[in-house]
Design a protein around this ligand. Structure first.
Ligand code: SF4
Length: 503
């Protein structure tokens, strides 16, 4: 007969002893349940590194909890629900507790199963705190939220005068938008790889055979211990140079000074407070300049927490929005980078194939921008991004891709669409050198698709955007182009070729 214990059900993105229900659990009174759902794994064409990372992290977390003295029911089941029901049938737990899940679907499942939900502390700003922040405000602004977070948690605040930011301002973005340096592209150390072991190999053997992308090579950590080592390495070796070229893109260096910590924050191996504390401590000790410390802390304390809370504020309707009526099916190039000659796009896509990763500007200003100006269906593109990235989860992909990148929410998240032509990519990268297209041309056979579609996009949506003070000027500029008829003709040809995988 099984011992009568309460169960703590842990989802695959809550892998931390300090999160919610697990924080107060004890081996004498609690058993841990982790369900690996075959249905979930088979539900989408995941990148193999993403599937491997999430499942290996779950299996290793189960081992870690066993070593901490817990009895762990690591259950491989057809669905989450089937796994929980089988657990109940076998162990008859006195209670089942779960920390608030991070996805809308998981919360529906938890509610349907009648499980007791414990408030989560996985994010520093819980939706209840966010509701207090929002109360009485006519509009939501990330910058206001970020400053509110800085003040209430005291990160980079002047200790003598707690309301004043260190360095005299909250935002050092103007120092963090430098294009790539002309030389010294190897100045940022290459991330180290670890050897795969038998747990990795078993997960790979268990995965469905239809996944895509390069097989895991040890780039991504799958234990808390290794994730903490990655955090230390980033803070000691990389963070001092994080800020300046934060938005730059290089063909020869995919990582630059990016932290590569988002996968661990998003599956629970790391917690935001310990990441922020490490960065703030390095700044306080004089090892990191203010622009790098502020730029990094903004990403975690500001943007990441804001996106999470917008998701919870606007779901479930938000995920279905398509305010620009964009209905172009996902272009063939997204599943086969050989189907494009655009060097910027193929470089980013090849990087995703190799690592299930690209940095934030490559996501927003190359892939997202291209999906936006080509009128790609927001749900199809969001799903593709979700399938492809190592750090993707619904709460981050839906607002970031559908809202921020594709403006499918009509401006709820971003006050203007992030559309740009080839000039931005040329300034912030070295991709345009040697590309089959000419980034300065908007008409003709070698017109840069970004430059052409940028103008065409503003004309396609002129009635909507001419009323938006942040981009009305660009709409009027498009209307005044002497060759706008040719631009629109070329755009039709580009979009037709795009659908056939020939751009
Ligand atoms: Fe991309 Fe256009 Fe530059 Fe080619 S010319 S790399 S398509 S922005």
């Amino acid at each position: 007969m099984q011992k009568a214990l309460a169960t703590i059900w842990v989802f695959g993105d809550q892998l931390n002893r300090k999160i919610g229900a697990l924080a107060t659990a004890k081996p004498e009174t609690h058993r841990i349940l982790i369900v690996e759902s075959a249905g979930k794994i088979a539900s989408r064409p995941w990148h193999i590194q993403r599937a491997h990372f999430l499942i290996t992290s779950m299996r290793r977390f189960a081992i870690e909890m066993q070593q901490a003295g817990f009895e762990v029911d690591y259950r491989r089941a057809t669905t989450m629900r089937a796994g929980v029901e089988a657990h109940i049938a076998e162990f008859a737990p006195t209670h089942i507790y779960v920390s608030e899940p991070n996805s809308y679907t998981a919360r529906q499942l938890v509610a349907a199963l009648g499980v007791q939900v414990v408030k989560s502390n996985q994010f520093l700003c819980h939706p209840e705190d966010f509701a207090a922040f929002v109360a009485g405000k006519k509009s939501l602004k990330l910058e206001d939220f970020y400053r509110w977070q800085r003040k209430r948690f005291g990160y980079l605040m002047d200790s003598k005068n707690g309301d004043e930011p260190v360095g005299g301002k909250f935002n050092f973005d103007d120092e963090n938008r430098e294009p790539p340096p002309k030389t010294g592209h190897d100045r940022w150390p290459t991330p180290k790889l670890h050897a795969l072991d038998e747990v990795d190999q078993q997960v790979l053997a268990d995965l469905p055979k239809n996944l895509w992308g390069k097989k895991p090579d040890g780039l991504w950590a799958t234990t808390r211990k290794d994730a903490l080592a990655r955090l230390k390495y980033f803070v000691d070796e990389i963070l001092p140079t994080f800020g300046e070229h934060e938005d730059a893109m290089l063909e020869s260096n995919w990582h630059l000074a990016h932290s590569l910590l988002s996968p661990y924050l998003n599956n629970g191996l790391l917690l935001p407070k310990e990441v922020l504390d490490a960065a703030a401590d390095a700044f306080a000790k004089g090892r990191v300049p203010i622009n790098s410390a502020e730029g990094f802390i903004r990403q975690i304390l500001g943007w990441r927490e804001y996106i999470f809370n917008c998701y919870w504020r606007w779901m479930p309707e938000y995920a279905q929005l398509n305010k620009l009526n964009a209905h172009r099916p996902l272009a063939p190039l997204f599943t086969d980078p050989k189907k494009t000659k655009m060097k910027c796009v193929s470089t980013v896509l090849n990087g995703i194939n190799d690592r299930a990763y690209s940095h934030h500007i490559e996501r927003l200003m190359v892939l997202g921008n291209f999906a936006l100006i080509s009128g790609t269906d927001p749900q199809q593109f969001t799903n593709w991004m979700w399938n492809s990235y190592i750090d993707a989860h619904e709460w981050v992909m839906v607002p970031n891709v559908l809202g921020m990148s594709l403006y499918a929410d009509g401006g709820q998240l971003a006050t203007k669409p992030y559309a740009s032509g080839g000039a931005y990519i040329d300034r912030m990268s070295n991709h345009c050198d040697g590309c089959a297209y000419d980034r300065k041309k908007r008409t003709g056979d070698d017109a840069c698709p970004f430059t052409n579609l940028y103008w065409d996009f503003h004309m396609r949506h002129e009635k909507t955007f001419v009323k938006n003070p942040r981009i009305a000027r660009q709409v009027r500029a498009a209307q005044k182009l002497s060759d706008i008829a040719d631009v629109q003709k070329t755009a039709k040809q580009i979009l037709e070729r795009l659908d056939r995988g020939l751009v």
